[in-house]
Ligand binder design. Structure first.
Ligand SMILES: Cc1cc2nc3c(=O)[nH]c(=O)nc-3n(C[C@H](O)[C@H](O)[C@H](O)COP(=O)(O)OP(=O)(O)OC[C@H]3O[C@@H](n4cnc5c(N)ncnc54)[C@H](O)[C@@H]3O)c2cc1C
Ligand code: SF4
Length: 508
């Protein structure tokens, strides 16, 4: 065991209970020779006008993490600095560290910083250990595949289920007899069903101080007031338990349902926690699987949730590392319009967008279908530049990080990666939003009209998109039926749609 002082740097989205960098440093140098550093970087916080509740979440969770490590007997240095570089330099100089150990960041730029800058900056050896926050770090189902080749999520997901033995019977078959219960999971929310809202947590003194500090900075989306998220492992586990007990059973059937009244519907609202290490993916799916085995939740819900966590989430991370850095400049539909100003205050007559944007500003959360089929659908149909949409999401959401945003927004939501993430563009007219939500009731627009002063803009833009991209869309077998609908439009209707769509996007 070496006696030289070693620093372990833990970025704020890596608050794992068992952190591999701490374990590695401790077994090499012994607990008394290591010092753990957490850096609050002003530059990182100011990179975008981030959702204030997200900044509170990260800073408060970091401070609680530091306190918990101290209680376990570790030496911890909490540094506030203009940048990560300056914070680490200061720490290393002050404590005369001879080595730095860290775990590879989930995000591209921070990982580059760890690999390419840190050693020269600090003048000491730097060990960057593999990231353990994702299961694909342990097992890559398709290691040899080229970035230009498409791997559909379903293939990836089944490989993960098999490898980690999740919802797999002893004979290797999928539990419940099917791999996928999606067909049963597309119900709108009946008016008589009131989903129980997620558990909330009273801010303690540490969190209250962070809330005051964040609001005092004066920048960022929304307000810290009303922050009630989990900031410790125990609280995040209580949130997981709350979901498993109170919402998982109905998660599947209402997974795609949208509601003007119920923010979370039956979703888990666990992404803010798993993305910063307060929960881990296998822990989440094992808890759901257990609920199925004990009869507390049906297979369609449990499989639906498992698919999100070890299917979509892992796939998205895998795609990110395959497609970066080219992904951030992808713009397959050549969308060049700026983001409308109403995205920053929600002031639009389109009731669905108004609700979703205002909810994102106020809470930092809207569920998956609202992100995909309301916000991204609109931006794709209206031809908004992907990088601007990406930044909007990054700024507004409590669970937003570069690794999850780029494949979801640029890949899945806007189909700007040429179809490498999703096999078809997720576009829909008002008919879909009307079927899956209560937004259209009471909207100033008519979800049944395509043109005219009351026509829903989603309709005008949807049909215009089909007209503009008819040839490309026809080549996609998954969109055949939608494009065939164009045959029912005569030349006069086409001209009216194109004229009104042009007016609409000009007006944005
Ligand atoms: C345009 C767009 C932007 C998105 N931005 C983010 C984001 O910033 N951060 C984020 O974590 N997720 C993002 N997602 C994915 C997904 O919408 C959220 O993970 C989910 O809505 C979080 O809410 P929940 O915890 O209630 O999820 P649930 O519906 O309860 O799902 C369970 C878990 O599955 C995981 N998950 C499901 N789908 C995805 C996915 N496509 N990518 C990654 N994880 C997934 C999440 O960890 C989530 O907590 C985005 C999706 C789209 C289409
Ligand atoms: S009518 Fe159109 S704009 Fe209004 S809520 Fe429905 S889909 Fe949204």
């Amino acid at each position: 065991m070496s006696d030289t002082p070693v620093t372990v740097w833990i970025p704020g989205d890596q608050l794992l209970r068992a952190h591999p960098a701490i374990e590695a440093a401790e077994s090499r140098s012994g607990r008394r020779n290591i010092r753990i550093v957490l850096v609050e970087s002003d530059a990182r916080i100011a990179q975008l006008p981030y959702q204030r509740k997200k900044i509170v979440l990260i800073l408060s969770a970091m401070r609680h993490y530091a306190a918990a490590l101290r209680e376990r007997g570790y030496l911890v240095d909490e540094v506030r600095a203009p940048s990560f570089a300056e914070g680490l330099q200061h720490h290393v100089a002050q404590h005369r560290s001879q080595r730095l150990v860290t775990m590879a960041a989930a995000e591209y730029e921070t990982r580059r910083f760890q690999h390419e800058t840190l050693h020269a900056l600090l003048g000491i050896p730097v060990d960057v250990l593999p990231n353990t926050q994702f299961l694909v770090g342990q097992y890559d189902p398709f290691p040899a595949i080229e970035p230009s080749q498409r791997v559909i999520m379903e293939r990836f997901y089944r490989a993960m289920r098999r490898r980690f033995a999740v919802l797999i019977e002893p004979d290797g078959s999928p539990t419940g007899g099917e791999w996928n219960f999606d067909r049963q999971n597309r119900r709108p929310l009946p008016r008589t069903v009131a989903p129980p809202p997620p558990i909330t947590f009273e801010p303690d003194a540490i969190t209250r101080q962070v809330m005051t500090d964040v609001d005092a900075r004066g920048s960022g989306v929304g307000t810290a007031t009303g922050f009630a998220l989990a900031v410790t492992h125990a609280q995040a586990e209580a949130a997981l338990n709350d979901f498993i007990t109170n919402r998982l059973a109905a998660f599947g059937p209402y997974e795609d349902a949208m509601s003007a009244t119920h923010d979370v519907v039956f979703h888990s609202m666990l992404s803010p926690y798993v993305n910063i290490g307060l929960l881990e993916p296998l822990q989440m799916v094992r808890a759901a699987e257990e609920a199925y085995r004990t009869g507390a939740a049906p297979i369609q819900s449990v499989e639906g949730f498992v698919r999100q966590v070890i299917g979509w989430r892992e796939y998205i991370y895998w795609q990110y590392w395959r497609l970066m850095p080219a992904l951030r400049d992808a713009n397959a539909w050549n969308a060049m319009r700026p983001l409308p100003r109403f995205f920053w205050n929600g002031e639009t007559d389109m009731r669905c967008l108004r609700h979703v944007i205002k909810r994102a500003i106020a809470t930092g959360y809207t569920h998956h279908i609202e992100r995909l089929m309301v916000v991204c659908n609109f931006c794709l149909l209206a031809g908004i530049r992907p990088s601007e949409v990406n930044d909007w999401f990054l700024a507004h959401y409590i669970d937003a990080y570069d690794w999850v945003m780029q494949p979801n927004v640029i890949g899945m939501g806007l189909n700007a990666d040429g179809g490498l993430t999703a096999t078809k563009p997720y576009i829909a007219s008002a008919a879909y939003i009307n079927r899956m939500s209560d937004y259209c009731d009471g909207c100033r627009y008519n979800p049944k009209q395509r043109v005219g002063p009351d026509a829903c803009p989603f309709n005008t833009l949807y049909w215009n998109f089909l007209i503009q991209h008819e040839t490309t869309l026809r080549a996609n077998p998954r969109l055949g039926p939608a494009v065939l609908g164009l045959a029912r439009l005569d030349a006069t209707e086409r001209a009216a749609i194109m004229r009104e769509a042009a007016g609409l996007v000009e007006g944005l």
